[in-house]
Design a binder for this molecule. Structure first.
Ligand code: AMP
Length: 360
């Protein structure tokens, strides 16, 4: 179990700019005072009481910390330190400054399959390592796949956000309805017992999008998307997959399988001929086939627009809730409203977590 330091993060690190926002708080740049080293700090607001629906449970943060500690791997965000105050826990993690993989790809003029495979291989090796430790991420999606340094020849992948991750205990069943609609597996939608194979479904969806710029199960609403997932309604439409190799389609088909035990594992993916060609013909086919860049750029622009739209929606809602809270305070001098306001600032983000990046 990680050592939670009962000290103030500010006494050891300078707190810098906001790098991003998660469901229970912000991620900010940190500078270690003793060495000048840059880190990222994930500030997580804690639930005030067991009955509170606001903030994150201490137990969940402890689980995220335990999981990150169990996963020292080149393609998984590393944990450096943990600070614990009564209201908040700060995870000091490796700073990942290259942005999201999808944004990096969207800036390119074109990309051949073998270049995309260079990134997929890294993601798969991180996922295979996680799964070898009986840990599932349960929220693999483009927002959680970042790059450490964009300027490197082959930028390094870093998988982030282990807020929904779980370590499986032999003999215990685990079910959950959490995740992001576009990327979740049928067993999640059906509230069935889950395994690490649910991550492999998400890998299938991510690969499908990467190659075509289309989201395989996307409906006009979350409900329709979830129905499409359960009904396994997807196809490789010619207009989007004309430049895609048959091996790539085979790879996806072996991941988008309803039966979890039939789905390829991360280790099997790494041995699939699309990822690891056995013949010259297979290798040549990958370097002849390209990703549908025009459509991918459109997908990414919609995804980013949807994310910022959601952020604006959260901000507006926060303002409204804070105004309401102020009003209530004036009317009734609400007990502990001040700390509730702090909590309210967290709640809407947690409510929309499952919606971020959906409908894009
Ligand atoms: P999370 O709560 O882990 O989903 O993080 C929220 C957002 O903060 C992410 O979408 C990233 O944009 C950003 N972020 C998270 N971790 C890091 C990191 N280690 N380095 C830089 N930015 C990060």
């Amino acid at each position: 179990m990680a050592h939670f330091r009962l000290q103030n993060v500010e006494d050891f690190y300078e707190i810098g700019e906001v790098l991003g926002s998660g469901h229970f708080g912000q991620v900010r740049e940190l500078t270690e005072q003793s060495s000048g080293t840059l880190w990222a700090g994930k500030f997580l607001k804690l639930q005030r009481s067991a009955s509170s629906r606001l903030g994150v449970e201490r137990r969940s943060v402890e689980r995220e910390v335990e999981i990150l500690q169990a996963l020292p791997h080149a393609h998984i965000m590393a944990l450096h330190d943990v600070f614990d105050s009564r209201a908040e826990i700060v995870l000091v993690v490796e700073l990942i400054s290259g942005g999201e993989l999808f944004d990096f790809i969207a800036e390119k003029e074109n990309l051949m399959e073998n270049e995309a495979i260079g990134f997929l291989k890294q993601i798969l090796s991180g996922v295979a390592f996680m799964h070898s430790k009986q840990i599932a991420h349960f929220d693999l999606k483009p927002e959680n796949i970042m790059l450490s340094d964009k300027s490197a020849e082959l930028p390094e992948i870093k998988i982030i956000d282990f807020g929904l991750a779980q370590r499986f205990t032999p003999g215990e069943e685990y079910r959950s309805l959490c995740g992001t609609p576009q990327y979740i597996a049928p067993e999640v939608v059906n509230y069935e017992p889950l395994t690490v194979a649910s991550d492999m479904w998400s890998m299938g969806v991510i690969t499908y999008i990467l190659l075509s710029g289309m989201s395989p199960f996307q409906g006009d609403s979350d409900e329709e998307t979830l129905r499409n997932i359960v009904d396994m309604k997807y196809e490789f439409e010619d207009q989007y997959f004309s430049a895609t190799s048959d091996m790539a389609k085979d790879f996806i088909q072996k991941l988008l399988i309803k039966d979890q035990s039939e789905r390829m594992t991360a280790e099997e993916c790494l041995m699939h001929p699309w990822i690891k060609p056995l013949t010259h013909r297979q290798a040549a086919s990958r370097s002849r086939s390209s990703i549908n860049m025009k459509n991918f750029k459109k997908f990414n622009a919609r995804r980013k627009w949807r994310m910022s739209y959601n952020m604006v929606w959260v901000c507006n809602r926060l303002c409204r809730l804070q105004l309401l809270c102020k009003q209530a305070q004036e009317d009734e001098e609400l007990r502990s409203c001040e700390s509730d306001q702090e909590d309210i600032a967290i709640k809407p983000a947690s409510l929309i977590r499952r919606r971020l990046s959906s409908n894009s």
